[in-house]
Design a protein around this ligand. Structure first.
Ligand SMILES: O=C(O)CCC(=O)C(=O)O
Ligand SMILES: [Fe+2]
Length: 547
């Protein structure tokens, strides 16, 4: 975003105001009468956005600056003002009662509710509502005034406090309703220097949120490679009229915990103060994406596990031909009742009840959060299933289904990878370099204990140019949807967004087969606490095959 442009826009907006005044003949009236008349028509027209006294005091600014640069590792709290400065895991400052007049919080919320156009932001990393940048809000005078206040009062105050040069501010309104969240990220992008969040919750008895309502700003510590670590180290509850800020850096990992109350929306005005480029920090940041280990198939002789385990309909030549036709046309198919019923039921029983199974949580927190089974601990039926997906018989069946060279004389170096995953509330994967497919790959996704809304997999083509040629799931057109908000790490998408290639809905005992082209990517959507999981977690057997 360009400051001079947004300043210009705001000036234009003021000019329009003046023109409207002349047109309405208001200029001949005393200002007070003008204000009252407008109040009748459109509600109050002025807002008091003056900062509380402590934040305008030179003396207090110096005191806080001393704390900001202090080497002390102890948190700081000023008992008179309530100002807090946390040092661990990174510096975060909380300014309670930022505005002098709390009625202004009500006016801001009123404008957000009545006038702001919200767009739904949905991606791997988040789900919430966002407005456009405050500099584009012609019809929202109070929010435009708030932006002016950030520019004229907060920006110089922060510059003094932090010694950072802050050139401009970008800000928008965010609204999180029940089930909304923003997963772990560091805000490190372009020239963002300071991240800020101004919390609005002007409802009597709910000015400070309690932990059961969710929606905390959650802070992560990171390891020596600058990767965020579970569990959350610090939670900051939304609090009316509180301004929180921190310096954006390689360790500034944070998230917004899922909102779990239906009673109130979580409302904020948030954004960044921009200055010097973060280029160097971004270049140094490691983006760890554990590559799956591909292995050659295991030879079996005699070949019998397919007959023993699979629904016989999927072994008939006519079915095989239909499957092949469907995959050729659509690059995907869902085979319902894939295993014999008793095999499915036995495997599910083992997954749910066998305490010999060892599960381990996958991180880092900015990439993924779910559990995988240590395959060495697998019990009877699970072992049979694992062996089936790993053996030459399955490779041969998949060749029949897809015509890929996974078996037979033309198969050069067929390989596979297999993982058994366990999905519970709060689990997710996000898009990233490692999720991008390097070769054309055949994915198998098989669900047990499926529940609507848990472990939904979305395939995307993030970059049209990168999508390979030939057959397979790939994007055909390019939608260039440019957002005017300094948004999160990526663009959101709607249901009709062209970048979404396929969404897999979990169904028990259904095998999804997806042939994906090089360049496509996928993520497993965050499992919201609204998702019913009373029958326990969802299990996914996830395999990939390459020619
Ligand atoms: O709303 C919050 O508490 C944090 C928001 C945030 O991290 C962001 O928008 O990047
Ligand atoms: Fe953030």
């Amino acid at each position: 975003m360009d400051t001079s442009k947004s300043e210009e826009k705001l000036l234009e907006h003021n000019k329009e105001d003046a023109a409207e005044d002349v047109a309405n003949g208001h200029l001949s009236e005393p200002p007070q009468a003008k204000i009252l008349k407008r109040q009748e028509k459109n509600g109050p027209q002025t807002i008091d956005l003056s900062l509380s006294n402590c934040y305008t005091s030179e003396e207090y600014a110096l005191q806080l600056q001393k704390q900001w640069f202090s080497e002390q590792s102890k948190d700081y709290k000023d008992e008179t003002t309530g100002v807090e400065l946390y040092t661990n895991p990174f510096q975060i400052c909380l300014l309670p009662n930022m505005l002098n007049n709390t009625d202004s919080c009500k006016l801001l919320v009123d404008e957000m509710v009545k006038k702001v156009h919200w767009s739904r932001k949905q991606m791997d990393l988040y789900e919430f509502y966002q407005s456009t940048d405050l500099s584009n809000m012609i019809e929202c005078k109070f929010l435009a005034n708030f932006l002016q206040m950030l520019r004229r009062s907060v920006r110089p105050w922060l510059e003094k406090l932090t010694n950072l040069k802050l050139d401009y501010v970008s800000a928008s309104c965010s609204m999180y309703t029940c089930g909304d969240y923003l997963l772990v990220h560091d805000d490190l992008l372009k020239d963002r220097q300071i991240a800020f969040i101004y919390y609005l919750s002007p409802w009597e008895e709910n000015e400070l949120w309690n932990q059961e309502q969710g929606g905390c700003l959650e802070i992560f510590a990171s390891d020596d490679k600058c990767l965020p670590r579970f569990p959350v180290q610090r939670k900051i509850s939304p609090k009316n009229n509180q301004f929180a800020f921190f310096k954006v850096g390689s360790k500034s990992f944070h998230q917004v915990g899922e909102v779990t109350t239906f009673d109130y929306p979580r409302l904020t005005i948030n954004g960044w103060f921009h200055g010097a480029s973060n280029e160097d920090l971004i270049a140094d940041a490691i983006r760890p994406f554990a590559k799956l280990q591909f292995k050659p198939p295991i030879s079996v002789n005699p070949q019998s596990s397919v007959d023993l385990l699979l629904n016989e309909v999927y072994l008939k030549p006519t079915t095989k031909r239909s499957i092949q036709k469907r995959i050729e046309d659509n690059s995907e198919i869902c085979l319902y009742e894939f295993f014999r019923r008793e095999i499915f039921e036995e495997a599910l029983k083992e997954l749910l009840n066998d305490d010999k199974l060892k599960w381990s949580r996958q991180g880092p927190a900015n990439v993924q959060n779910f559990e995988v089974l240590d395959l060495k601990t697998a019990t009877k039926t699970l072992t049979q299933i694992i062996e089936l997906f790993s053996n030459t018989e399955m490779f041969s069946l998949l060749r029949d289904y897809t015509d890929l060279d996974l078996s037979g004389p033309n198969a050069a170096n067929p390989q596979f990878t297999l993982e058994i995953q366990r999905w519970s509330h709060g689990d997710y994967t996000v898009l990233g370099d490692g999720a991008i497919c390097e070769d054309n790959t055949l994915d198998l996704i098989y669900y047990l204990n499926a529940s609507e809304g848990a472990a939904i997999i979305t395939y995307l083509s993030p970059d049209t140019e990168q999508a390979g040629t030939g057959q397979g799931l790939k994007q055909t057109g390019g939608g260039d949807d440019v957002s005017d908000t300094d948004s999160l790490e990526g663009e959101g998408f709607d249901d009709d967004d062209e970048s979404v290639l396929l969404t897999i809905t979990p169904v028990d005992n259904a095998l999804n087969i997806v042939y994906r082209c090089e360049g496509t990517t996928k993520f497993t959507k965050y499992v919201s606490r609204n998702t019913p999981l009373e029958n326990g977690p969802v299990f996914v057997i996830s395999c990939s095959y390459k020619e």
